[in-house]
Design a protein around this ligand. Sequence first.
Ligand code: GLC
Length: 642
Amino acid sequence: MIQRVDFHNPFDTGAAYINVEPASSLSFLEVEEKDGHILFTGKLNEKDRIYGLGESMHGLNKRGYRYVQFNTDDNNHRDSMPSMYGAHNFFVVASEQQARGFFFDYPGRLIIDLDSKHQNTFTVEAETNDIRVYEIQGKTPYEVVKEFLKLIGPSYLPPLWAFGFGQSRWGYDSLRTVEKVIENYKKAGMPLDYVCLDIDHMNKYADFSVDTKRFGNLQLKEKNIHLVPIVDAAIKIEPGNPVYEEGLKNNFYCTDKDGKPFTAYVWPGATNFPDFLKAEARTWFGSLYKFYTDKGIEGFWNDMNEPSIFFSEESLKESEKERLSDPLYQSGSGHPSDYKRFYHDVNGKKINHFYLHNLYGMKMVEASNEGLSKLLDKRFLLFSRASYIGSHRYAGIWTGDNSSTWFMLQRGFEMLPGLNMCGFLFSGMDTGGFMGNCTRKLLLRWLAVSVFTPLFRDHSAKGTIHQECYRFAGKSSFRNVLSLRYKLLPYLYSEFMKAALRADMLIKPLAFVFDKDPQCQDVQDQLMVGESIMIAPIMKKDQDSRLVYLPEEMTMVDYYDRSFHAKALSQGSHRIKIPLSHVVFFVRKNHLVPVSLKGGMSVSEVDFDNLSFLGDGTSYEYYRDDGETREAGLEKIAEIKK
Ligand code: GLC
């Protein structure tokens, strides 16, 4: 059961997809208003667990920490970071007999304290008192999540090719370099479906431009590979550039206190920020993608859309003063004061950015999605760094600038179910890690996790060692794990589409599926992927075996030498050996996993009709379509027999 209560005049964020009539009071929260702020307090039992919060640190159970929901570009990912790139203000309190879900639909800064002081209470504090709160009651956390997913609507649908493997790196400086990467993958016998173009491809980092000297007209020799360019939020101030000029002429930029376009510095130097809160500015920005779609490009990533601001003239002066007066001064990422320096035009009303901050990324992907939907008559790839609840209807997300550490592999893994609880089915991490230097061992173990995430991309930062799979010794191990992805695609795509069409999760905690089994409640290092598969990867440096808990009898599948080796295992704990070149996963009893034994060097080569099956089940609900039609629907699911 969902209940909504509005306090004062909440901003219409667009998070909800269905309308719930407002009620007069909340059932589970105490409310206190003081000096224009609002504070909600909820009670917890000693043993309650709290799931949710999408992109955030601290593992599956979020209890015991304080979170600041304010979209932030900070590449020093660590446990003590209170904010990440997305604000996903939804969590579920799981008690023994019932579950209560809370969604705080609020576009500004929100402080969520999930019992960090161990007083058996949680608090949520908003900057102002205009807020919309939803409470959802159910028997189990999973039931509550499914209600919430209905509230926020269906997931964005990527094309089938976007489920292939993608290579990316900040620093690919010419089309020739990109073509060499493609050639090297081919030579190494490793599959590949797309290569991302980072800001390097642009002309002086100006959006919707290409440095033709280095990148020509973005035409690849290899026709089976897609190029996926980055599009950043801010527009370079560049008199004479029609993109910049058009935005200026039509008042499409956010303004400063004097009504002039707000100027701050990001990759291109001085920039203006499109006012994505304004419908006409969104339509304009969306139409700019024609620059790429005319060249046959059908995939994009939206970045720097928290928005990330390096500094403005004013904040530079401020920090200079601070630096001189404080010997311990450390410059963080960006200057929060800049978020109070500009304004949006919302239906003619000027609103300070600070109060709408968390919507900027969502409104950018809404603009991109709507523009691309007009320009293309099929599905396109689109994923974003910043997000808010509801963004999943327009694009996927990746978890930002992680680092090449075992710690971030674990944290990224634990984030996956939280993202799914908030609708972000099409998500994934920078495989191998973005910051720092990746090692062969780390990359292989990371690939063995990401092979199960819908967005499967290897990405790294300029200045770090190159981490394309063919760079490392023992290429057959890399060929092995990548080939698995292509053989599993019939299952992964079908499960993704079913979850999307039924407003369900794809990646789930064990506790959601085996809710009667107390041993599953605290399992953090095993997850369910779709209805049939459980994964339990190795995420520690020197391990080559681990304990795996099987809540029921399952078929263990050990994938090595590019073939499947199955073995039945009884319910209970098992020590499983997983050599570096293997991928091991488990198939539930009475379930099937359809696979294409032929696999492929790209998604287009995978045979989705001649299937083989893993597992001891007898039938499977298979979703099948052409991989690009927008008319995806439940009628495309058919029961198939082994
Ligand atoms: C940001 C992005 C990263 C990208 C870099 C350069 O840090 O998160 O993925 O490579 O900018 O564009």
